[in-house]
Design a protein around this ligand. Structure first.
Ligand code: C2E
Ligand code: MG
Ligand code: MG
Length: 636
């Protein structure tokens, strides 16, 4: 404002000086024009000055007036502009805004408020904000809010309110009191945003972190947490808990042969079926892959847990149907109990896992209870793993040979190389006790290559001695079979030993082939290129797909000894043996029966045109030097 008056004064003064200068100049100009001084009377000059001064004053006054008017107008315009902007922000903001007067009545709401709450302006104006209460908060919550407003003039926090539709939703709200110039509260402003979407994402994130996305069941993290809680509560209430660990049998075959989509459908369906078995107090979880777990919070005795396990096994007997295709699956279950077997969640899970291993080893589709011996067994496994490397270095491994006879001629035509471990303290350890451990520790590659090398050298020696042997069979572990370097290793042994590849037969178990059918096909074809023969060991135990079997470059099927044991009286075994023989013959393969312990078994197999026989009845596995080359037991 000061600046405006000064400008007016400056304008007046400038005019005054300019006019005086003009008068002076005009006098001078007139003199020059007429070449003689123009005599103006003194009075005329004074009048001119007065006139000029008065005009300057008028200019000053006019400018001052204009400046004054301007100085009043400007703040008014500015504040009007500010109000306009505030109104625009108020209306455009995505946050809901609600203004109450000093009596707590709503006097204003914005557009976002209407959108969020669903109320119209006329529904709420004049009413109090407690009309939005959800009923979720206690009286002390609101008391704390008002105290904070009274003390600091502001409150912010999460509030659950109710929309017009009745739906309860979370808001993040900031309330501020508005005082006048004298400090008296005139209004309250509440600004809030709807945070239901954030809450939902938060909830979803927590759910994802704790649940398996495929089945929607709790995952390992949540399950372990539930077990810990259940144990704490069981301890307090002197109750027992049961933990069942469940693994689907041969699930990999479904995945590999029918694809992961069907595999996923199967897992989901198994989850649903198991869930339908249990009610309150039982938690079902998917721990990963095809492993599920069940926690029974009230399971005082082993009989209850065993009954649950049986219930699960029975429930899975019903087929699963996908795209009009019936699929069957079974499960093995390990059981561990609190407090008799373990006192912590971690131990309970570990024990159930040991029991599961026992159930799997016992032939699947069954359950096993955790026992103390299982821990001893696990301990033993660890010791064997440590000693096995030393065994290789210190030449404690030996190769035994078991004769194979032609059932027609009774002649010894081949041998199977079987590894043995002459342990300094444990004595002769059978391969079933250390091969699975070697497979898990990765030592199996070294063991199998060593056996192959030893056996090929021995075979070369026998052939050089003139022994009439058509083949030497060597077992190849499924672990080694799935590795690419197998081909190079076999080629190297054949090269190093000089054995005719046609005399070598590699035995691969049926399950090794079916675990990865496509990979196996490629591996078998490569091995065949070396000129050796291939046999499928333990046939009948690995769920072979006949279609796949047909494509394999295999020359022999070995009927698993489990089916030979019941011959000739067990009708199922007899039917299976007959079927395998017929199958092999239809595919142009040789059939070889193992585990023949009695003449009747050999007779039955011969009658059904099985080609080769192996078993204690012909001869046990023995060191190379002990083989009786002339033994030709008569089948009769
Ligand atoms: P396999 O290849 O099926 O070998 C046949 C098993 O049956 C041998 O057990 C043999 O001793 C046993 N057997 C033979 N005739 C009879 C009989 O009349 N009655 C009974 N009850 N059993 C009989 P072994 O030597 O204990 O070998 C067990 C398994 O260990 C073998 O089964 C094979 O899968 C594996 N294995 C043995 N040596 C090796 C090896 O060098 N490498 C690999 N990867 N596995 C091997
Ligand atoms: Mg074998
Ligand atoms: Mg076998």
């Amino acid at each position: 404002m000061l600046f405006s008056y000064r400008s007016a004064l400056r304008a007046g003064l400038v005019y005054l000086l300019a006019s005086i200068l003009w008068i002076q100049l005009s006098q001078q100009l007139l003199i020059n024009f007429f070449d003689e001084p123009l005599t103006l009377s003194h009075w005329q000059v004074v009048r001119g000055y007065i006139w000029v001064s008065l005009t300057a004053l008028v200019i000053f006054l006019l400018c001052a007036r204009f400046a004054r008017a301007n100085s009043i107008q400007q703040p008014l315009q500015e504040s009007r502009e500010r109000l306009r902007q505030a109104a625009a922000v108020f209306d455009c903001t995505r946050e809901g805004v609600l203004v109450t007067d000093v009596q707590g009545r709503i006097v204003h709401v914005n557009r976002a408020f209407i959108e969020i709450t669903g109320y119209r302006r006329e529904d709420v104006l004049g009413r109090e904000p407690n009309m939005f209460k959800s009923g979720r908060h206690s009286a002390s919550f609101y008391q704390h809010m008002f105290e904070s407003l009274a003390r600091c003039g502001e409150w912010s926090g999460e509030v659950w309110n109710r929309r017009k539709s009745g739906e309860i939703y979370p808001q993040w709200q900031t309330i501020r009191v508005i005082p006048d110039d004298l400090g008296h509260v005139t209004h309250c402003v509440a600004v809030f945003s709807d945070i239901s979407a954030i809450k939902h994402s938060e909830h979803e994130l927590t759910r994802l972190a704790h649940h398996d996305p495929l089945t929607g069941l709790p995952n390992r993290l949540l399950f372990t947490d539930r077990v810990e809680q259940a144990l704490a509560s069981a301890q307090l209430n002197k109750r027992g808990c049961g933990l069942l660990l469940l693994d689907l049998d041969h699930f990999k075959i479904i995945n590999d042969s029918l694809g992961h989509t069907v595999g996923d459908q199967m897992l989901k369906a198994v989850g649903e079926r198991l869930q339908s078995l249990f009610g309150h107090g039982v938690t079902l979880a998917r721990l990963g892959g095809d492993e599920f777990a069940v926690l029974a919070e009230n399971c005082p005795q082993v009989v209850q847990a065993a009954a649950m396990a049986q219930q699960i096994i029975d429930s899975l007997k019903e087929p699963f149907v996908f795209d009009a295709q019936q699929l069957f699956i079974s499960a093995s279950i390990g059981i561990s109990l609190f407090p008799s077997d373990a006192l912590s969640a971690e131990q309970l899970l570990r024990n159930a896992d040991s029991a599961l291993f026992k159930a799997k080893s016992a032939g699947r589709e069954g359950y096993a209870l955790y026992t103390e011996e299982l821990t001893a067994h696990a301990q033993n496994r660890i010791e064997i793993a440590n000693e096995l490397r030393r065994a290789l270095d210190q030449h404690e491994l030996q190769v035994y040979y078991q004769p194979v006879h032609d059932l027609q001629t009774h002649h010894l035509v081949g041998v199977e190389a079987l590894v043995r471990w002459q342990h300094p303290e444990r004595g002769l350890v059978p391969p079933t006790d250390f091969i699975p451990i070697a497979e898990r520790t990765g030592l199996i590659g070294d063991i199998d290559t060593w056996v192959l090398d030893q056996a090929c050298r021995q075979m070369c020696q026998w052939l050089a001695e003139g022994k009439q042997l058509s083949f030497l069979a060597v077992n190849i572990s499924s672990r080694l079979f799935s590795r690419h370097e197998l081909y190079e290793q076999v080629a190297k042994v054949l090269h190093d030993t000089g054995l005719d590849p046609a005399k070598l037969e590699l035995e691969v178990t049926e399950s090794a082939v079916m675990d990865d059918p496509e990979g196996a096909l490629e591996q078998l074809h490569r091995l065949r290129e070396l000129g050796l023969r291939l046999a499928i060991d333990d046939f009948g135990t690995g769920y072979s797909s006949l279609l796949r079997l047909k494509r394999l470059p295999v020359q022999k099927l070995k009927i698993d000894q489990g089916f030979v044991a019941g011959l000739p009286w067990d009708e199922d075994d007899a039917a299976i043996a007959r079927m395998v023989i017929a199958l092999a013959q239809s595919m142009g393969m040789q059939v070889h029966a193992e585990g023949i312990e009695q003449a009747e078994q050999a007779r039955f197999l011969l009658d059904h045109r099985c080609d080769l026989g192996q078993g204690y009845w012909f001869g046990r596995p023995m060191p190379a030097t002990e083989i009786d080359w002339h033994r030709t037991p008569s089948i009769g």
